[in-house]
Design a protein around this ligand. Sequence first.
Ligand SMILES: Cc1ncc(COP(=O)(O)O)c(C=O)c1O
Length: 396
Amino acid sequence: MFEVLPKIPADPILGLSAAYKADPNPNKIDLGVGVYKDENGNTPILDSVIKAQSVLLESEISKTYITPQGVPGFITGMLTLLLGKESKALLSNRVAAVQSPGGCGALRILAELIKRCNSDTTVWVSDPTWANHIPLIGDAGLNIETYPYFDKSTASIKFDEMVDCLKQVKKGDVVLLHGCCHNPTGADLTNEQWDEVLRIAQQTGFIPFIDTAYQGFGDGLEEDAYGLRLMAENLPEVIIAASCSKNFGLYRERVGLAAMITSDAAMRDIVQSQIQSVARGIYSMPPSYGGALVDIILNNEALKAQWTNEVNEMRTRMQTLRQLLVDKLAENGASKDFSFVTQQKGMFSFLCISPEQVKKVRDEHSVYFVDSSRVNIAGISRGNVDALAKALVSVL
Ligand SMILES: Cc1ncc(COP(=O)(O)O)c(C=O)c1O
């Protein structure tokens, strides 16, 4: 039966990792895969997570299935983190939610839920968007269209064009927005631009679908939730996919949240039953471990404070590295102004150089990042930033 299947080429980012591993150059630099790294290039387990693991080890007495919705304290903790303590939607019981296997799991089950509502729905994604949005949403059978977002020639958001496009979106269609730290560009909407997007959603009746995978990595845990909370407070329906991979460093535990703001509490119960039925049809029950750790952290004051500090440290480190890279590029006589890198947020930036320049810097200097020119800022360190800046300047 399998003869009909063609081989699918390896994901470019995985190919890049393999090429990096195989490169014997001791000074090679990896800015490819989207994983946070410390100054030594490691992705350590957060101290708050280590403590939560020992609490869990002491307290867990069974490995029977958890509930289909997930770990209860995880759901409430995450919804408060995302929507805020004062959220009207939460206080009026209008939020349905399930724990999901990572942010990807959330995106997929939400796409399946949208399809149950209307299989002709178009999901509008930014141009560019995170590459995995396309299979996660498209393989559920939904149409995908793009709205203009980032202009490489000016290294900024094409907000006017984005607005013109969103004004044409049909009522009931879905617009995917990155909650913060846009992947791949690092270019985020300002609060005023979020306000404008809300007004358009109110006028046209499109449903925002907010993907938030980097809360805390942009300006802060509260600040990064501005757009999401604005939509959740002012619209009857909002779709939310959240990931705990980056800000809790729980990548391999696969933990995320799929949440839906609904028009009223009765509708919430219907949507809750539907999303659980979608998940049941794909993987039946959520994994417990990662959700149990997040539950312990978010519901213990001391651990939450420690985790918040760790998120703040990761963010500050990345902000410092952005500035350092821009300074070193200027010091080395870069013919291009890279100051936009300090305005961008989170783990990624588009350097806005050509695929040929990306290839050259890889071939000649063992600096690895994807052809789009997206770099993982956390892959930069005080130890490699000089070499990186020199390598980049040499290909400009
Ligand atoms: C924009 C965006 N959404 C969602 C995710 C989901 O990540 P995960 O499934 O690892 O939680 C990622 C991870 O890179 C991402 O960049």
